[in-house]
Design a protein around this ligand. Structure first.
Ligand SMILES: NC(=O)c1ccc[n+]([C@@H]2O[C@H](COP(=O)([O-])OP(=O)(O)OC[C@H]3O[C@@H](n4cnc5c(N)ncnc54)[C@H](O)[C@@H]3O)[C@@H](O)[C@H]2O)c1
Length: 457
């Protein structure tokens, strides 16, 4: 029923939701308690809102009830206050979505086998929400996707599922829908969910405004844009910008290395320019759930309007070739030391795709290990944050991390530094490694000590 105002008039659905948000009475449901959803739930809970976390993975729900954080880089200091709070609970029961006034969706948006967007998680979630959709709810999609998803796919899936019990609900009048991209960068210490400005674009003005009000509870700066499509495209532009610039510097690495010029020194030199340049550093290839994947969401959608995405595809080609470049350099370096790849014992350092996180999705280390094995090497890996491999999109290595000791380091013919975790003891590595192939410029401080035992790749 529509509540009445002090003067006895009927209050609009949006005004009533607004009132609940202001009073910290709007219950927020976060669907997908992963790298994005958990910190978001924590930030809004800290902002005073009651939060229910939804996930299909019961082990996450159990861990949250105990206050244990399965995202190691965020620590139990994030989950303990949630477990102790009477304003937070987590559940696998999606029938309870109707209890939430605001639903934020942070489920995976991977690629399918042919690099096509896999929106199945998003659509399944829309269907689950639709089943209990009611007047007065605000639903915000956070998962990265191409422009048009929220309005043309997410919303229709919700409406379709709502047909049975609430066929008359009108978006923008009875319930509200928006897109707000996540800019989480796991492992980055300088920013957190609450300090990264949040973009919000609704399917209409009320949806934008109400979403912005919710996020302002937990995020310092919220930027409203004119539509869901602008917010969707802005997120893709951010990630495409990174993919293209990483490809550019990786290409520079290959060319400059051939010329005998140190690309890392070149990048640092160029970065002294106070305007018009932003440093990107080369590496073993792209990893993570975002940069290697999201650009192809636009590539796929661009086909619909008959336009090519040449930069994106070229960047994809350059970056995808990097693991094989690293393996070629490793073969060259071993050869310089009188060894063949075949039969060599090689240890890859760092399985996570970037320093100081345990996330191995799309990590180029997997490809490097596979390629070295194809060439007959006996490959191990060491990663203090990833004690065992778990199956990822293209690889199931079934390996266990080895400990780095003077003896183990001396037993390897080569060490390939793929991910520069801060926890690695680089002094120990420099002292005992027979040969280091450094893709991250992690051992520069030990150049003199290493002499011809270090090669950058
Ligand atoms: N990880 C990042 O740094 C990052 C940054 C920005 C944007 N994103 C985007 O955010 C979205 C989520 O990414 P993530 O890294 O948090 O993924 P994640 O895999 O860490 O988390 C997703 C969670 O959703 C759960 N889940 C899967 N299917 C579900 C369903 N149908 N209903 C409810 N829960 C379900 C999973 O169990 C998991 O806990 C993706 O679109 C991603 O591109 C991620």
């Amino acid at each position: 029923m529509t509540p009445a105002t002090a003067t006895g008039e009927k209050m609009s659905v949006s005004a009533s939701l607004e009132q609940k948000i202001v009073a910290n009475e709007a219950v927020v449901g976060v669907v997908g308690m992963g790298y994005v959803g958990l910190p978001l739930a924590s930030a809004l809970h800290e902002g005073g809102l009651p939060v229910i976390g939804f996930d299909v993975d019961p082990s996450k729900i159990d861990a949250l009830a105990e206050g244990t954080n399965y995202l190691k880089h965020l620590g139990d200091e994030m989950t303990k206050p949630l477990a102790a709070s009477d304003r937070f609970e987590a559940t696998v029961d999606f029938g309870r979505l109707g209890e939430a006034d605001v639903i934020l969706v942070a489920v995976p948006t991977p690629l399918g086998r042919h690099q096509e967007p896999d929106l199945s998680y998003v659509i399944n979630t829309a269907t689950a929400i639709g089943k209990t959709l009611r007047a007065g709810q605000l639903v915000v999609l956070e998962s990265t996707t191409y422009p048009g998803t929220t309005r043309d796919e997410f919303l229709p899936a919700m409406l379709e599922a709502a047909k049975g019990h609430a066929p008359d609900l009108v978006p923008g009048r009875d319930f509200f829908v928006a897109f707000s991209p996540e800019r989480e960068d796991p492992g980055r210490k300088s920013h957190s969910t609450s300090t990264i400005p949040k973009l919000v674009g609704g399917i209409d003005d009320d949806s934008t405004r109400l979403s912005a009000m919710v996020y302002r509870k937990g995020v310092e700066q919220v930027v409203e844009v004119s539509s869901a499509e602008v917010a969707e495209a802005a997120k893709l532009l951010e990630n495409i910008f990174r993919a293209v610039n990483i490809a550019l510097v990786n290409e520079m690495k290959v060319v400059l290395t051939e010329m005998g010029v140190d690309v890392w020194e070149v990048v640092r030199a160029a970065a002294t320019k106070p305007f018009g340049y932003m440093p990107f550093f080369p590496g073993p290839g792209l990893g993570g759930h975002c940069i290697p994947i999201d650009p192809f969401y636009l590539t796929w959608k661009a086909k619909e309007v008959g336009r090519p995405t040449r930069f994106i595809e070229l960047a994809g080609q350059v970056n995808t070739r990097m693991p094989s470049y690293v393996v070629d350099r490793t073969a060259w370096a071993l050869n310089e030391h009188g060894k063949a790849v075949k039969g060599s014992k090689i240890c890859v350092l760092g399985l996570a795709y970037k320093p100081d996180v345990d996330d191995t999705r799309e990590s180029p280390s997997f490809e490097i290990i596979d390629l070295l094995r194809e060439r007959g090497a006996d490959v191990s890996y060491s990663d203090p944050l990833v004690p065992q491999t778990v199956p990822v999109r293209k690889h199931d290595l079934k390996m266990t991390s080895v400990e780095l000791t003077p003896e183990s380091l001396e037993s390897f013919d080569a060490i390939v530094v793929s991910t520069n975790h801060a926890d690695f003891d680089y002094a120990l590595i420099a002292k005992h490694a027979r040969l280091v192939i450094d893709t991250r410029d992690a051992l520069r401080a030990f150049d003199a000590e290493l002499g011809d035992r270090i090669v950058r790749a």
